[in-house]
Design a protein around this ligand. Structure first.
Ligand SMILES: [Mn+2]
Length: 333
């Protein structure tokens, strides 16, 4: 079976599909982060500039105070709009994590993602797990078709924000020469990085008090998995939302002697779930996360535990993993 698009690069297929539609709806994941918001808003701006006649809509009822500087989403979308639209889902590994469930009503679906592929829910799936961010992929998409796709400073700011946040300020192992070349192209549009970094990294004083609490209460397993369990009453007591409380994992990432670190944040949901954010250096944690109801990237994953016993099992599994890695790589700090 040959279709007219065989042999085309996946990016060309994505562009061809976008050309076909009058309406493109953009989707991202629940518990949004800089990458999914930046990629959706960046791509929206690119498509609006490049195809003024198309409707390009980003509608989501979830909000993030932290990322509000990238601008508001669009209002309600009539049900019939979905039926004739193309859905482009960004930075979302599995269908159950797509924030706006109406994506299923769209005529066709494109998935653009950089998580390890476990659920190819798109009619087209452009998935590159080695990419540092989906914003990097969208930047490359625009750069690949400069005659057709227009990118301005506003689009560049959104994409750059996602690249910076998903790569730990260009620090994580997924960062390549391509990442920096694409980031350079975005900077050339005149991005105001001083304002951008102020939006991303200035923190209220209660966050510093929380950080201090996290360092006081962090623990190490026998072989050096650093972790902290944050009770609901604690993070609420610091006046934080769940998103801000989850930043605790970032506080633990520079403890010498630890190459795996976890923040376990009580969600306060009726199922008594505790959300786990896992990060690592040198070693992969995505399979560990997959054993606890989620997954993600090799060095940054998420999971959930639903009981004290399951939490203990996670800590034991993490310790076991780190013990094996240390045995095989005594040079790792
Ligand atoms: Mn991402």
């Amino acid at each position: 079976m040959r279709s007219g698009t065989d042999g085309m690069h996946i990016k060309e297929k994505v562009l061809a599909k976008i050309r076909e539609y009058d309406t493109v709806l953009l989707f991202r994941h629940q518990r949004m982060d800089g990458d999914c918001v930046g990629a959706a808003k960046g791509l929206q701006q690119i498509l609006r500039l490049s195809y003024p006649e198309k409707k390009v809509i980003l509608h989501d009822w979830q909000r993030s105070n932290y990322l509000a500087f990238m601008g508001p989403d669009d209002g309600d979308v009539p049900a019939e709009t979905y039926k004739t639209a193309l859905a482009v889902v960004l930075d979302t590994a599995t269908r159950d994590r797509i924030s706006n469930p109406h994506w299923q009503e769209c005529r066709e679906v494109i998935k653009i993602d950089h998580h390890i592929e476990t659920d190819p829910y798109g009619d087209l799936n452009w998935v590159e797990p080695e990419r540092s961010s989906v914003c990097e992929m969208v930047a490359e998409f625009a750069a690949s078709f400069p005659e057709e796709l227009k990118l301005d400073k506003r689009a560049a700011e959104c994409l750059y924000a996602g690249m910076v946040t998903d790569s730990g300020r260009f620090r994580y192992p997924g960062v390549t020469g391509d990442t920096l070349r694409l980031a350079a192209g975005l900077l050339d549009t005149g991005i105001d990085t001083e304002t951008l970094y102020a939006n991303l990294y200035l923190r209220d004083r209660n966050m510093f008090r929380y950080e201090s609490w996290v360092y006081e209460n962090m623990r190490l397993t026998e072989h050096g998995a650093a972790y902290v369990h944050v009770p609901l009453a604690v993070w609420q007591g610091f006046g934080l939302d769940f998103e801000a409380a989850s930043d605790a994992v970032g506080f633990l990432d520079s403890v010498r002697g630890s190459i795996l670190f976890m923040a376990l944040i009580e969600t306060g949901l009726p199922d008594r779930s505790v959300r786990v954010r896992l990060r690592s250096r040198f070693m992969a944690v995505d399979r560990l996360a997959a054993a606890f109801h989620d997954g993600g990237h090799a060095n940054a994953s998420g999971g959930t535990v639903y009981s004290e016993a399951e939490e203990a099992a996670l800590l034991a599994a993490a310790d076991d993993l780190i013990r094996g890695c240390r045995r095989d790589h005594p040079e790792w700090m």
